[in-house]
Design a protein around this ligand. Structure first.
Ligand code: FAD
Ligand code: GLY
Length: 363
């Protein structure tokens, strides 16, 4: 259930392993959070606290990406941008610079070959960056892709390998999940299977009563915008604790993103975009003269503890959950596909995966 980046990646992986996958989507594939994403593959910049289980999952997914991208491009026959740009996490004050130094220490123990840059060295790398920036943490390992094209390629890879994709299904009801799997659509169609994989992002909590567990997944709206950029004005993904900027091959400069509690409302507000613009011109003064030509929003599936719900249900190992990827669902798509497919195949997974047990809130 669910045809976002997670559902499509899992369906592709399962089909490749010899199963018949069926994607049940109430809207259009990629029409929600996945199509709205900035496409950054940034486990170091997005995980600032420390090397917890979530960081390791994100980092493992980053490691899988180069091969995964090649495979999806080859199988789908579609091109999409995948750029190994590296990232800069900027600091304006001494206290923030100290925090970056601390982060560099643990991140270097976990695969980063990063460095703290300042002065000429920093501005040579990112010439248009504000001279107010005191230092930046450079992480060469981080990359990004163009999310809407990536999701379309995934969908095409699914179709060409034989995944059955059913879109615009109005109101799906899970009728049976313990001894068999039966999902009914409002138009009377019935979908039967051996396993049910729940990939319905911010909507997954709708199934809490069906399974009798707590599924604390909530939508957090991300408002985001893009500027036209004839010449690539920003060389890296640039992060701060206020937002991020990333230049795309299609000559746009994408800048995100708010974190709003607004239910399932995907409206873009002037206030939300103004806040981003304020931060953008602080980081890159040339943006003071420019106005974003495009603005949009998506609903991140956030969870109570920030970790996704990824694993089997104890009441029936026919049901696997893969939802709640919050800010990192694009990054996590290859690793989620492999882990979810292992659960579907009833393989034993490493103990570390217990951190994502979908029933951890139900005890
Ligand atoms: P979705 O893409 O929301 O897909 C869920 C699908 O399930 C939807 O298509 C929906 O219609 C469908 N559905 C809902 N209910 C049902 C049902 N009952 N039955 C069947 N289908 C159903 N992540 C990154 O890694 N890098 C980034 O740079 C990044 N930037 C982001 C920027 C913004 C502005 C936003 C909003 C998100 C960003 N994210 C990023 C996060 C990322 O987009 C999400 O984590 C990811 O898209 C979640 O994927 P998903 O497939 O779980 O959810
Ligand atoms: N990962 C970027 C965002 O969620 O906005």
């Amino acid at each position: 259930m669910g045809g976002g980046v997670i559902g499509l990646s899992c369906a592709y992986e399962l089909q490749k392993r010899g199963h018949q996958a069926v994607v049940l989507e109430i809207n259009r594939c990629g029409g929600q959070a996945s199509g709205a994403a900035a496409g950054m593959l940034a486990p170091y910049s997005e995980n600032v606290e420390g090397p917890d289980a979530f960081f390791h999952l994100c980092n493992e997914s980053l490691r899988l990406y180069p091969e995964w991208v090649k495979e999806i491009k080859r199988v789908s026959g579609r091109e999409f941008e995948y750029t190994e740009s590296g990232s800069l996490y900027i600091a304006y004050h001494e206290a923030d610079r100290l925090a970056l130094e601390g982060r560099l220490l643990w991140q270097r123990e976990h695969g980063s070959t990063g460095a703290l840059l300042e002065g000429e060295e920093l501005f040579a790398r990112e010439p248009l960056l504000s001279r107010e920036v005191k230092a930046a943490l450079y992480t060469p390992e981080e990359s990004h892709l163009y999310a809407p094209d990536y999701v379309m390629a995934l969908e095409q890879a699914c179709r060409l390998t034989g995944v059955q994709i059913e879109e615009q299904l109005v109101q799906l009801t899970v009728e049976e999940w313990r001894n068999d799997v039966v999902v009914k659509a409002q138009d009377g169609r019935s979908f039967n299977g051996d396993r049910l994989l729940v990939c319905s992002g911010a909507w997954a909590q709708e199934l809490a009563d069906v399974f009798g567990i707590r599924i604390p997944i909530y939508p957090i709206r991300g408002q985001i915008c893009a500027y036209e950029a004839e010449v690539k004005p920003v060389q890296h993904m640039v992060f701060s604790n206020q937002g991020y900027l990333v230049a795309k091959e299609n000559r746009t400069l994408v800048c995100g993103a708010s974190e709003d509690v607004a239910g399932f409302d995907t409206t873009v507000t002037d206030k939300g975009i103004e806040r981003l613009r304020k931060w953008n011109k602080q980081a890159f003064p040339f943006l003071a003269e420019q106005t974003p030509f495009h603005r949009w929003a998506g609903l991140r599936p956030s969870t109570q503890d920030g970790f996704p719900l990824l694993g089997r249900l104890s009441a029936s190992d026919r049901v696997v959950m893969a939802a709640g990827h919050y800010r990192n669902g694009i990054l996590l798509s290859p690793v989620t596909a492999k882990v979810a497919a292992d659960y579907i195949e009833r393989k034993k997974l490493p103990e570390a995966m217990e951190a994502f047990d979908p029933e951890r809130f139900s005890i």
